[in-house]
Design a protein around this ligand. Structure first.
Ligand SMILES: [Zn+2]
Length: 442
């Protein structure tokens, strides 16, 4: 995603308040619970009962900007304002977004950007980015008239927003929820037990022989309301990362040596900290986050691998981390009300050990990947990616290429190319664990 400015830098600083180690366990339990809620999957039969949105438009009226969403059924809603930057967030039940072509109108009036999508199972979210402070003047649902659809209407007027207050659907428009309870998919169910703190790094635990499968967590970047970067053909990063994650998982599983888990296996938003919490909760011995970047210079192409560092290896790496760390902001998560979590544990000894392991893993991956694909110069780089901050799990992030480059984009859209990448990643992971086992025996 392309956004710039000191404002976001400010947000990034806010994400890292001074950590206190003691209340960590409680926080982690809380995080695990959030993770569990975030990862419940919805059965296919529920889909058919979702309200369908077919039109999304913004218009300027006297003293206000009006959002109208046309819906096939009445819905409950809750809307609230966020500051730094100024945004309006609207939560709706899970919506089937089936817009008529050309029906998503451009940003207008106070709104300079917007996005919508799944923010957690059962909840679809709309985020409106405001040009200047605005408040929710009113929100209501209009019944169908003259063969039209239901219309959800929200008015925004210039002025100071009251933070922490939300406007929700009135009881009168509420109706019994038709959607049955979402069924948790067993493969993505998260235990809400407290994640184990494993010190030192898991790679140091005794060698147990080849019968034990290593746990690898693959993290498809972005998802749901956060599409990530957009390619020239309109393809979005969140879909590329999910497809690549499936390819890598399939290849790793085929070796019989790995238990592979994905942080998401559908088009759903997951907070950065919950991706980290998931890996720790599952006892991951390696965490790989997948992404694809865009850049103004369309000639730039090639894959790169990132690991965590207090200091960015170069300006580009630092800026990239800043872009990737904005995912929660893009999804309209109210970061001001959240207790600092696992991503805020600063670099202690265990993390330092993990950082060394991560760098080693990156080295093995780069060696294998350069046989099958084009690499960016200085392929292994360092920066402060929030998603790589598990203190005890070797973690790396692969930017698989640039969606702004026509050739990279074409490659990443190809299943055959993704399988080739998956093969190289698997070989790199094999070499990493072979080395770990060797070290443990010594
Ligand atoms: Zn990304």
């Amino acid at each position: 995603m392309k956004t710039s400015g000191a404002r976001y830098r400010l947000m990034a600083l806010k994400l890292n308040p001074c950590p206190k180690f003691k209340p960590l366990a409680g926080r982690l339990a809380g995080l695990a619970l959030i993770g569990a809620l975030a990862l419940l999957a919805i059965g296919g039969d529920v889909r058919a009962q979702l309200a369908v949105a077919s039109d999304f438009r913004l218009g300027i009226h006297a003293q206000k900007t009006r959002l109208v969403i046309e819906l096939s059924a009445p819905v409950d809603y809750r809307a609230f304002a966020l500051a730094s930057p100024d945004r309006i967030v609207i939560d709706l039940p899970e919506i089937d977004w089936r817009m008529r072509p050309g029906s998503v109108r451009r940003a207008e009036g106070l709104v300079h950007g917007f996005r919508f999508g799944l923010v957690r199972p059962g909840t679809s979210r709309v985020v409106l980015d405001l040009k200047r402070p605005g408040y929710i003047k009113g929100a209501f649902l209009l019944p169908p008239r003259d063969g039209a659809m239901y219309r959800f209407v929200l008015d925004i007027a210039p002025g100071r927003q009251t933070l922490g207050k939300s406007i929700a659907s009135a009881p009168a428009v509420r109706r019994p929820k038709p959607a049955p309870k979402a069924r948790p998919a067993p493969q993505t169910k998260v235990s809400i037990s407290q994640p184990r703190l494993r010190f030192p790094s898991p790679s140091r635990k005794p060698y147990l022989g080849s019968t034990k499968r290593r746990v690898v967590v693959i993290d498809p970047g972005h998802g749901g309301i956060d599409p990530g970067a957009t390619g020239q053909s309109g393809i979005v990063e969140k879909n590329i990362t999910l497809a690549a994650a499936h390819a890598i998982k399939a290849r790793l599983v085929r070796t019989g040596r790995y238990k592979v888990l994905l942080t998401r296996d559908r088009d759903m938003f997951i907070q950065l900290r919950n991706r980290v919490a998931f890996a720790r909760d599952k006892g991951a011995e390696l965490f790989i986050s997948l992404h694809a970047d865009t850049i103004r210079n369309k000639n730039v192409r090639g894959l790169s691998v990132y690991t965590l560092s207090e200091r960015a290896s170069d300006k580009e790496a630092g800026e990239l981390a800043e872009r990737e760390n904005k995912a929660d902001l893009i999804a309209g998560i109210d970061l001001s009300s959240q207790a600092p979590g696992v991503t805020n544990i600063l670099i202690d000894l265990a993390q330092r050990e993990s950082m060394n392991e991560s760098a080693r893993a990156a080295g093995f991956l780069v060696t294998e990947l350069k046989r099958v694909t084009r690499l960016l110069r200085n392929t292994h780089r360092f920066a402060g990616f929030a998603v790589l901050k598990a203190p005890d799990v070797p973690s790396l992030l692969i930017e698989m290429g640039f969606l702004s480059n026509a050739r990279d984009e074409r490659s990443l859209r190809s299943a055959k190319y993704r399988r080739r990448l998956a093969g190289a990643v698997t070989k790199g992971i094999d070499r990493f664990f072979a080395r770990v086992e060797q070290a443990d025996r010594e």
